[in-house]
Design a protein around this ligand. Sequence first.
Ligand SMILES: *[C@@H]1O[C@H](CO)[C@@H](O)[C@H](O)[C@H]1NC(C)=O
Ligand SMILES: *[C@@H]1O[C@H](CO)[C@@H](O)[C@H](O)[C@H]1NC(C)=O
Ligand SMILES: *[C@@H]1O[C@H](CO)[C@@H](O)[C@H](O)[C@H]1NC(C)=O
Length: 458
Amino acid sequence: MFYNKFAKFVAVLCCVCFQETCTEEYKPNWASLDARPLPTWYDKSKIGVFIHWGVFSVPSFGDGFLGEWFWQFWKGQPRPVAVEFMKKNYPPNFQYADFAPMFTAELYDPNHWADVLKASGAKYVVLTSKHHEGYTNWPSINSWNWNSMDVGPNRDLVGDLAKAIRNRTSIRFGLYHSLYEWFNPLYLKDKKNMYTTQDFVRTKTMPELYDIVRRYKPEVIFSDGQWEADSSYWNSTHFLAWLYNSSPVKQTIVTNDRWGKDTLCKHGGYLTCRDHYNPGVLQKRKFENAMTIDKGSWGFRRNAELADYITIQDLLQELVTTISCGGNLLINIGPTKSGTIAPIYEERLRQMGQWLQMNGEAVYGSKPWKYQNDTTNPHVWYTAKQGGDVVYAFLFQWSQSVTLRSPLASSSSATVDLLGGKPSLVWMPLKEKGVKIEIPAWSNAKWVMVLRLTGFAG
Ligand SMILES: *[C@@H]1O[C@H](CO)[C@@H](O)[C@H](O)[C@H]1NC(C)=O
Ligand SMILES: *[C@@H]1O[C@H](CO)[C@@H](O)[C@H](O)[C@H]1NC(C)=O
Ligand SMILES: *[C@@H]1O[C@H](CO)[C@@H](O)[C@H](O)[C@H]1NC(C)=O
């Protein structure tokens, strides 16, 4: 009896304290928000898939410019290639908005997408909820007749993917969101007023950001389109304080650094700094290398050629160099306007998944080692096991033997194994420094070979 009463008392006390700290923990300023520790799932995940999909997937054309920027390069800062493309292929009065009914997504099968993503080995996915064109891939009440329910697919594209991902996989669901919209009259008015008015933020950006969090409970928000105005204009710190203190995803949400022109590479959650950010040296703060399988675009391009797509060899090297320096890799695909994932994207994702089946131990849950790349061999990069006496060496090239200069055997009982292979390779310490390892003929390693070194120091 006493025990029960006591337990109840403690429970009430706990809840009150808990709520109090929760609602007041983070203040709407960068010093406070930056102090929030990144939820641990994010670093452990290492790999996400980025998906750029929208009305831009209809023209799906980019020639020397990014495909998802088509509207801007046709009407905003016109480029001859885009203007010519429209003149040649569409009637004279054709408007960008006329592409929207052609965004049909009739072959969109979110369960299939979920299966492909799962096969890739990625642990999170980030879908464009709205890009700079302003069209929302969900039925936003703040985007009248410029959303996927009213025009085009007549479907909640975001919600349907969220459901499929959560039903079939353990992948975390995330959303990309652009703060600015190139041609929104309210945004252009605020801009003309030198951002002294915030009508666009009050009636569009913020209501929609809160809406996607409440509806879809994303665990990543990849913010973008921040660079023209300060975070004070975007009201970003107020949104983030709510997100971290009282939103339905306050425990697990992870965000990036694109919250105003004053924040990039500085404030927020993890750092993105720039697109394709792969610094090549160890970083103090968690970063994400957001990169593309089509090297020339985030949105699908019908005019892409085979050589425009990154090879599996280069993709894996990008992954390894990124995680060696403490980053995550966010790999972008661009689905078609019909809702299909082109086979070349599917192939890259499945190849990565196949490689991870054998070598995932050296990736997920790893941490940077003392050395990121070998001191003398430029084709070797390293990670280390979290809380263990193990170093992983990733070989981008190999022959019958390989010489590593950075790892030093602590004793003669140190071992070297090939991931996915039989145990114990033959090795010998080098007089100068380092170790020479025999690579057996039976090795079935592909693209990037991974060695597990146990009992070695740096
Ligand atoms: C959930 O996934 C299973 C297969 O894993 C499938 O049979 C079922 O239809 C899915 N449910 C929904 C609501 O999509
Ligand atoms: C900014 O956020 C605060 C806190 O939610 C709110 O009171 C204020 O109205 C917001 N301003 C704009 C322009 O959205
Ligand atoms: C590799 O390591 C060396 C030092 O060991 C360093 O100078 C170099 O910048 C590193 N990075 C690359 C990309 O080679």
